[in-house]
Design a protein around this ligand. Structure first.
Ligand code: WQD
Length: 344
């Protein structure tokens, strides 16, 4: 039976890959996106890559004046559940504009929850983040790690996780998975969808990729004096295609539950790579030089974090399959075929 899934933020980097994965599994989709950090061309490419029933609603889920329209659209769509990826996601920006981050990220989540309740579709997979873990956890980090987000963006993720747990506690019909992504990178192997950040990339891989394609002169390596194997920051990079499979597996899992509840699940590989290891891998994949200079540490960065992915394997039957080489090769294919992203 075709599942009818709302994908909030479905035109975005992670969202577009989730949409392709769900369409390939036969789901019908309602994509809700305001295109503030995504592009309508991504929706066209999703439909190029995977046949299926796709409806699009251009709407700002944090805008109170659009709330009723969104609720009515989700009801009319006949939703069975949702994947919630819509929100602001720049750590540095969240420190500068915390009120905007709380208003947009929590407001969007509350609108989607109201819409799902109205549609009697109390199933949600929430795009959370490893940023909810503080810097005081022992690696590999499991889901019981102390929740100590160190920035407003991370706190919005943590608060939404807690809101969803409270809602599932108050109404056992709610079925919730909070997926804690580690560091999503890479692109669909076709090179047709990928990460297309606005302005100067905050994250490592899109910045490296833009250096490789000649859009940026050199990479700044934020510190090489961390207590790690080569002094640079270590992260658990996960291929966005693996991440998309994890979302589909989470929806499948929620469909098997005889009663409601809320579960936090890490999506990571369980392996950490340093900045310099990522640069070397990208050089091999792109056959391009990646000039860099070491600069002071970035405020808020931690030395090392990588996942314990055991729970995803046990509950979802999911594990990451793609290597760092796959991540670099696929990220590079997207970047080299689309030097200006979707505006290319
Ligand atoms: C990775 C490593 C940097 C850029 C953040 C959010 C997380 C998620 C992913 C949204 C670190 C180093 C980076 C650069 C560098 N965001 N770096 N030069 O900070 O681990 O995670 O983005 O979902 O929630 O917290 O990712 O890619 O910014 O940094 O040296 O130009 O690369 O110091 O060690 P991060 P990142």
């Amino acid at each position: 039976m075709t599942r009818r899934i709302v994908v909030a933020g479905g035109a975005g980097y992670i969202g577009s890959h989730v949409c392709v994965e769900l369409l390939e599994r036969g789901d019908a989709l309602l994509i809700i996106d305001d295109f503030s950090n995504s592009h309508p061309e991504a929706v066209a490419r999703i439909q190029e890559l995977a046949k299926g029933d796709v409806e699009l609603l251009k709407a700002d889920m944090a805008d109170e004046t659009q709330r009723d329209m969104i609720i009515n659209a989700v009801k009319a769509f006949g939703a069975d559940g949702a994947v919630h990826l819509a929100g602001l996601k720049a750590v540095g920006e969240s420190v500068a504009e915390p009120a905007r981050y709380y208003r947009v990220n929590l407001g969007s989540a509350l609108t989607l929850i109201a819409a799902l309740e109205a549609a009697d579709a109390k199933t949600i997979v929430f795009s959370s983040s490893a940023t909810v873990y503080g810097e005081h956890n022992q690696n590999p980090v499991d889901e019981n790690g102390a929740n100590g987000p160190t920035n407003p963006y991370g706190r919005t993720k943590y608060f939404i996780e807690e809101m969803l747990k409270d809602i599932a506690h108050s109404d056992p019909e709610w079925r919730v998975v909070n997926l804690r992504y580690f560091n999503p990178v890479g692109a669909h192997p076709s090179g047709r969808i990928g990460e297309d950040p606005n302005g100067i990339p905050n994250n490592l891989f899109p910045f490296i990729s833009q250096v490789a394609v000649g859009k940026r002169e050199k990479l700044s390596v934020f510190g090489d004096d961390y207590p790690t194997r080569d002094g640079t920051g270590v992260r658990d990079y996960i291929h966005v295609a693996d991440l998309a499979r994890g979302h589909a597996a989470a929806l499948d899992y929620l469909g098997t539950l005889s009663k409601g509840g809320a579960t936090d699940i890490n999506l990571g590989t369980g392996v950490g790579y340093s900045v310099l290891e990522a640069v070397a891998a990208f050089k091999r994949a792109s056959n391009r030089d990646i000039p860099y200079e070491v600069t002071p540490r970035r405020d808020g960065d931690i030395a090392e974090i990588y996942a314990n992915p055991k729970r995803a394997e046990t509950l979802l039957g999911w594990r990451a399959e793609k290597s760092l080489e796959d991540m670099c090769a696929d990220h590079w294919r997207w970047q080299s075929h689309n030097p200006d992203g979707y505006k290319s």
